[in-house]
Design a protein around this ligand. Sequence first.
Ligand code: URP
Ligand code: ZN
Ligand code: ZN
Length: 470
Amino acid sequence: MNTTLIRNGRVITATDDYVADVLMQDGIIHAIGKNMVVGEGVKVIDASGLYVLPGGVDTHVHLQNIIGPTVTCDTFASGTRAAAFGGTTTLVDFALQTAQDSPLEAIARAQRLADSQVNVDYSLHVIVTRVDAQVLADVRHAMRHEGVTSFKMFMAYPGVMMADDAAIFQMLRQVGADGGMVALHAENGTVIDLLIKEALEAGHASPRYHALTRPAILEGEATHRGIRLAELAEAQIYFVHVSSNQALKHIVTARAEGIPVFAETCPHYLLFDDSVYHSDEFEIAKYVMTPPLRTPDDQKHLWRALRYDDLQVIATDHCPFCMKEGHLGYQRQKMSGLHDFSKIPNGAPGIETRLTSLFDIGVMQGKLSLNRFVQLTSTTPAKLFGLFPKKGTIAVGSDADVVLFDPAATQVIHAEHLHSQCDYTLLEGRTLRGQVKKVFLRGELIVDGEQWLGREGMGRFVPRGTVQAF
Ligand code: URP
Ligand code: ZN
Ligand code: ZN
């Protein structure tokens, strides 16, 4: 019997804030109380002065994902370890349906890769690239029997992952009726491809043209189209990595109309803006992610939407590619696009710095309350993707996934101190207030300061339920 008492910490959930003792036993939260008396065999941890948070739930992560000709440079082992050090104890990665196989084969393949490596609990969204009667049957099977209840579809990347509007509509109609979630990458992919072609023909090959060829208006157009398809299908819909007010304004209007639209943004859209793109240096490839960073005005709207619940989730879209070719043996990473920005793999790391960076720029700057911080990074993602109340809160009966967080500590971020295999962090040299001190996964201490106590394979695949938003 593994029993630990966290004594005298400040327990913060999406709704509560109180000082208490939390007793974890056999992997779950067994009791919460004041001045609890425990027997000899119980480990007692003094959490005075620390926040006791539910483990973070990151619903947008790319580990060991094959993307075009390359692969993201974190394995399920390294990426989940980095997640744990950052206070995330559950993540949702992706299973890619290829041209040859079905969603069920994609799930099985991703599980075979992940199961022996994962250090935290995980689930999968299936990326559905092709829809026919068999695919729809498999999607229904995945929801009913595999515990996979969300599906990502792309309106961008024609010829690679893009699905057409009819395919998206069919998925929305069926998945929505069954209570699941279609998560949409909303950008008008065919117009973007034209703009890329024209830029390259004009000799504009440096990384900043990635941003210039993916204007916010094309994110807005696709978001609007996705909303109308969801409205027709009478389905809930979730927009990943919302970056711009062009997209937000459609989300806000649709929610006011009563359409069940949900959306996430990512820390990088709040931490950085498009001023980083004002040079032709290749260093800017670090910021080549999709959608690109937007203007300070967009950021203002993102904060407003986070505050008033027009955005419900902050996920990382951790999609790491190395800057140095050959780092840890990884090939065809960012340098692939040295002479052609369209060949730079899209994505940036961020899995370990999500909670601390948001605590610093959100809570400490007065933009988010502590409860809202927990809601955005743990509780609502758990609810929208069918993990609640097993995950996403501190309550009797929930999994004992707990983070002890020191609000008074500060740290300076350097890639070499992080646990991702990526050779850079967007936050290099930045001082952040707040620090993850201890992390428990189902009651087991896996992070203790700088010490790693977890084990590869100790994470579990978590079968998920339907959307719990209403
Ligand atoms: O740049 C990004 N976001 N890469 C990952 C793939 C995606 O669109 O989420
Ligand atoms: Zn995407
Ligand atoms: Zn992504």
